[in-house]
Design a binder for this molecule. Structure first.
Ligand code: ADP
Length: 549
């Protein structure tokens, strides 16, 4: 029998500690600018941030945190959150980021399920944690991310001031050598049905994912980039920004609690010469509105990375045509660290007609190397990559979760190890993926699927529409028909007829929404996506004109 011949290369551990060591050595003067609750313009270097991370590591050690323990953060994007990321992860603990906008009962469930030992909380979020403190089962203490002067009053024992703890600690610390398979971060999906599910990232998966996200045909951060992550550090590790940027020494610009504020974002972009910004579509709607209202421009901004939900073409067009900013459409999910696909213009893009370019831009893009994909029908049979057949999208790869944390009641993984994304998609002959819908949002009319995303794209291209969402509502004959719900732009009051006329010729006739309803605002999830679940609840008693009694 023949024997394999193994390579003779080093088994060098892929750990977050190596990213830190590299960044500190090569880019000590890397810049970090933050808006925080106690300072609207905090500035520090990578090397200052890492010195504080070593102090924090000493603090965690003194608090008695042990290898593998979970330490929670409820914090916005700023330098302190970076210190927490690196101190917790490089100490061999798990940085459990929690979305401060979750409902209190979700925070309670998540903290207890993760068995968090300490909670580091932004001053603005402290009232939530203070109220929940009695129901936490494993939490030994709460640290408020501020200085003594800004400490909130509280009757709770065991509440510490972050800056005071750091001030008393040494900035000398010997980081432990870690196994690359050890866990470094934990993030719960928002769990639109049932309890949130924990995704436990390893050092190895985190580093490989960061290599993947930093590649040329990927997000590809550069040393001369000034990076504005509007995607929160509590949402899938801010799409790997805290790792990727430190690998190459980019400048980081953190908006802190002002993430949703178009004016703050525009001012930060201009003051800090931001070249790349990342976030969900809702954020860019806010920025665009502010730019249009104020007449400001964003000269330095070259590109935005948009994902988390389908980016309406109208947003991409407005950025490109009015402000010279390219939109990179990406798709991913918490379970995938998150990068799945990225939509960079392929070779030959310039030769396509404007319509073809637009159709291609609306797609979610080609898989990043490292993510294997397939689409399957209801019986699990693989479907062709012809751009027409659509089915459930399954993935596998080194930065995709193999199981949920302490849960064996989910059927997301099949026997061959593929993970079911819960998305329905097409793949075309060029390997470009397009999401039709989330499986649970798909509209099934007369046995055929209608893509709510396609309809929303058309609605968003109407000049009077600020935001749009399409849901399926029950129909006697067709089982379900699409209902379009619209938030008009301020001062505009289009009629249902105006809106539907705009659809003519742009979609198959039978896809035409059966009705249009106007609302002042749409419900959003804690991560800023339109919540179809809540929208369906809001319209639970609604009857289509054709079926109303
Ligand atoms: P949740 O929104 O449940 O917290 P994630 O943030 O992990 O979870 O969201 C992942 C889902 O978001 C994907 O499965 C997909 O449905 C949707 N999504 C992400 N990016 C895009 C995109 N570019 N286009 C369409 N849908 C997207």
């Amino acid at each position: 029998m023949s024997e394999p011949l193994f390579g003779l290369m080093m088994d060098y551990p892929l750990t977050v500690t190596q990213i830190m060591r590299h960044a500190e050595r090569v880019y000590p003067n890397g810049e970090i600018v933050s808006v925080t609750a106690d300072n609207p313009n905090h500035r520090c270097t990578y090397s200052e941030m890492f010195a504080r991370a070593r102090k924090l590591a000493n603090v965690l050690d003194a608090l008695g945190v042990k290898r593998g323990d979970r330490v929670a953060t409820l914090a916005w994007n700023d330098y302190r959150h970076m210190e927490l990321y690196y101190a917790i992860q490089c100490s061999g603990f798990v940085c459990h980021t929690i979305n401060p906008r979750l409902f209190p009962d979700q925070v309670e469930y998540i903290v207890n399920h993760a068995e968090d030992q300490y909670i580091f909380v932004d001053k603005l979020v402290f009232p939530l944690i203070e109220k929940l403190a009695p129901v936490f089962e494993t939490v030994k203490g709460i640290v408020v991310l501020t200085d003594e002067a800004n400490m909130p009053d509280t009757a709770l024992d065991n509440v510490h001031c972050y800056e005071t703890l750091l001030a008393d600690a040494s900035d000398v610390f010997d980081w432990p050598e870690l196994d690359e398979r050890e866990a470094c971060a934990l993030c719960y999906t928002s769990g639109t049905t049932g309890h949130p599910k924990g995704v436990l990232y390893s050092h190895r998966s985190t580093v490989i994912h960061a290599f993947g996200a930093n590649g040329g045909e990927s997000i590809g951060f550069r040393n001369h980039d000034s990076v504005l992550p509007v995607v929160p550090m509590f949402h899938v590790n801010a799409w790997a920004v805290p790792y990727c940027t430190l690998m190459v020494g980019s400048k980081l610009v953190f908006p802190g609690p002002k993430m949703g504020d178009g004016e703050t974002l525009a001012n930060l972009i201009n003051a800090e010469k931001v070249t790349i910004a990342l976030g969900v579509p809702t954020v860019w709607l806010g920025l665009l509105k502010h730019l249009q209202d104020s007449g400001k421009t964003v000269e330095t901004l070259e590109r935005t990375v948009v994902g988390g939900s389908a980016c309406p073409i109208a947003i991409m067009d407005a950025f490109r045509e009015q402000y010279g900013v390219e939109t990179i459409h990406a798709w991913g999910m918490t379970e995938m660290s998150p990068l799945g696909t990225i939509n960079l213009p392929p070779r030959g893009f310039e030769e396509l007609s404007p319509e073809q370019q637009s159709a291609l831009r609306a797609k979610q893009g080609r898989p990043a190397f490292g993510v294997e994909m397939k689409i399957v029908d209801d019986d699990g049979n693989e479907l062709p990559w012809d751009g027409v057949a659509f089915g459930r999208l399954k993935v596998r790869g080194p930065w995709i979760c193999s199981a949920y944390y302490k849960r064996n009641d989910t059927d997301a993984h099949d026997a061959d190890g593929w993970f079911d994304t819960g998305d329905v998609a097409t793949m075309d002959t060029m390997g470009v993926m397009q999401i039709t819908d989330r499986a649970k949002d798909v509209i099934k009319s007369g046995g055929e699927w209608i893509s709510s995303i396609d309809l929303e794209n058309v609605a968003m291209s109407h000049p009077d529409v600020a935001e749009a969402a399409v849901i399926g509502v029950p129909h006697e004959k067709w089982a379900e028909r699409p209902l379009l719900v619209i938030v008009p732009k301020p001062g505009k009051s289009p009629t249902a007829g105006d809106i539907l006329k705009h659809f003519e010729g742009k979609i198959a006739n039978w896809w035409m929404p059966d009705d249009v309803q106007f609302v002042d605002e749409l419900p959003h999830t804690a991560t800023g996506k339109i919540s179809k679940l809540n929208l369906r609840k809001q319209f639970a008693d609604y009857k289509l004109p054709s079926t109303a009694a």
